[in-house]
Write a protein that binds this ligand. Structure first.
Ligand code: ZN
Length: 196
C-alpha cells in the first residue's frame, strides 16, 4: 500500500519546511486516500493561489510540532505568490462553513463517491450526531446508490449514549440490519489477528 503527501489527501499537496522529506518523497500515486473533510491541524493553504501545504517543524528537542504561533507567519512557496498561508480547520459546530475553503467541497465529493462504491465500511468512534447535517446527508445519499455494500463494522465505546440507539442509527444510515460491533479497537484487532 502506497501513501504520499503529494496526492494522498485527495488534492495536490506540498510539504513545507522539510528538505529531507522532500528528497525522499514518493513518486508513485497513492493507492489509499486520507480525505480529511474538516481540514487538518497540519494543513496550511494559500487563499490567493489555492495551493495546499503540510506544515511541520522540529522543536529544539527534535520533536515534530504542528501547532505553534509561527504557522501564521508562513508564506506561500508558489513562485511570485508569497501570500500569507491560512489554517484549514472547519470546527464541529452546527454551521460549518464548507464553502470558505475552495477544495473542501471536492474532498466531500470524493468521499461520497468512495462511499457509493464501498463493499465494506468501518466506522470508528463516530456516532452521526444530529448536528452533523452534512455528514448524515452524505452517508444517506451514498448508501441509496450503493449496490455493493456487504459489511459494516462499528467500533465504538458508546460512552455518553445508549448503544442500542447508536446501532439503530447505523442500521438506518447503512440500510443494513446485521452490523458487526466492537467496543474498542483492541477487540477489533484481536478478531483480525485471529482470522489471519
Ligand atoms: Zn499562493
Amino acid at each position: 500500500m502506497v501513501w504520499s503527501i503529494r496526492d494522498g489527501y485527495g488534492i495536490f499537496c506540498q510539504q513545507l519546511n522539510s528538505v529531507q522529506e522532500k528528497n525522499t518523497l514518493r513518486k508513485e500515486n497513492s493507492s489509499v486516500k486520507l480525505l480529511k473533510l474538516h481540514g487538518s491541524l497540519n494543513w496550511l493553504y494559500c487563499p490567493s493561489c489555492g495551493q495546499l501545504y503540510t506544515y511541520e517543524h522540529s522543536d529544539p528537542q527534535g520533536n515534530s510540532v504542528i501547532i505553534n504561533g509561527m504557522a501564521n507567519m508562513v508564506k506561500c512557496a508558489t513562485e511570485h505568490c508569497c501570500h500569507r498561508l491560512s489554517r484549514v480547520i472547519i470546527p464541529p459546530t452546527l454551521m460549518k462553513n464548507y464553502q470558505s475553503i475552495p477544495f473542501i467541497p471536492e474532498l466531500w465529493r470524493q468521499a461520497r463517491e468512495a462511499l457509493t462504491r464501498a463493499r465494506e465500511i468501518i466506522v470508528i468512534g463516530y456516532s452521526f450526531p444530529t448536528t452533523d447535517f452534512r455528514s448524515n446527508w452524505m452517508f444517506r445519499k451514498a448508501m441509496v446508490h450503493n449496490d455493493a455494500l456487504e459489511k459494516v463494522v462499528i467500533i465504538d465505546a458508546a460512552e455518553g449514549y445508549q448503544l442500542e440507539t447508536l446501532l439503530a442509527k447505523h442500521r438506518s444510515i447503512f440500510r443494513m440490519q446485521e452490523l458487526k460491533f466492537y467496543p474498542s479497537i483492541s477487540k477489533y484487532t484481536e478478531e483480525l489477528n485471529s482470522l489471519s
